[in-house]
Ligand binder design. Structure first.
Ligand SMILES: C[S@@+](CC[C@H](N)C(=O)[O-])C[C@H]1O[C@@H](n2cnc3c(N)ncnc32)[C@H](O)[C@@H]1O
Length: 244
């Protein structure tokens, strides 16, 4: 059974990651500030806006508390955010309705600080739903843009998601992936890890029958655990165009 205190802590961590001020996420001047604003950067740095039409629709899969989905709403007419976690989707829906949401994030031990998540929503519609990237509904349709940030190495079987991508991305559409390839048995049994130390090459092999690589960049990100502990990772950000 999930521990509600752990769940609340994780929700606070993600609300801070998506909506926190730079100073709250990284209160140390000497810290890795290149890792701030990740949910905004995966959209700004990976989407080719020149290839989007006015009525584009987007899917943000593994959207967590919705930071990138709200960014996508600035450039797409419709955005659907899907995540497996009901508490994350509830928070994203709450933010969509209220435009702001108080939350607490860990300082140290049992001491928490108050934060206020506020969204800067675009003109496009946004909808959030609970769903499983490995078992998406057959009638989900197809999208001009599919965004999946830091998702594939959190899935029990990434192939089930990767195999659906040609169907989910319209021909000429964009697939935006970001992944640090942090393979962990607790999320993905090792026989389902992509490649054995060559995940990027494996990803290229898997996607190449339907997609061409159009952009590749390193996207650092920093997640605060508490005042004195942070996760610094570098996601591989890629943009793929669906050609066949
Ligand atoms: C590392 S977080 C990344 C969240 C967000 N995209 C970001 O960049 O901050 C992974 C997210 O994937 C979600 N997730 C894990 N397994 C999933 C699944 N099978 N289907 C959909 N979402 C899943 C988690 O709930 C979590 O929100």
């Amino acid at each position: 059974m999930n521990n509600p205190y752990e769940d609340a802590k994780l929700l606070g961590e993600y609300l801070l990651f998506h909506y926190g001020t730079d100073g709250d996420i990284m209160p140390w001047d000497f810290g890795p500030t290149s890792g701030l604003q990740f949910p905004r950067r995966t959209v700004e740095e990976l989407v080719d806006v020149s290839k989007l039409s006015k009525d584009s629709c987007a899917l943000d899969i593994g959207c967590a508390v919705g930071g990138s989905s709200f960014e996508l709403s600035k450039i797409c007419q419709r955005t659907l955010g899907i995540d497996y976690s009901k508490s994350f989707i509830d928070a994203a829906n709450n933010l969509k309705d209220q435009r702001s949401m108080p939350y607490r994030f860990l300082v140290e031990g049992r001491l928490y600080a108050d934060g206020l998540a506020q969204i800067d929503i675009g003109p496009g519609e946004v909808e959030f739903k609970v769903g499983d990237a490995c078992d998406l509904p057959n009638d989900l349709g197809s999208f001009d843009l599919v965004h999946a940030a830091n998702l594939i190495c959190r899935l029990p079987n990434p192939m089930l998601f990767l195999d659906r991508l040609p169907e989910l991305v319209k021909e000429g559409g964009q697939l935006l992936l970001a992944t640090p390839f942090t393979w962990l048995e607790e999320f993905t049994p090792s026989d389902h890890w992509l490649g054995s130390g060559d995940s990027e090459q494996k990803l290229q092999e898997l996607l190449s029958p339907h997609f061409i690589l159009d952009e590749r960049k390193d996207l650092p990100f920093v997640i605060r655990e508490h005042r004195r502990k942070f996760q610094f990772s570098v996601s591989l950000g890629t943009r793929w165009l669906r050609v066949h």
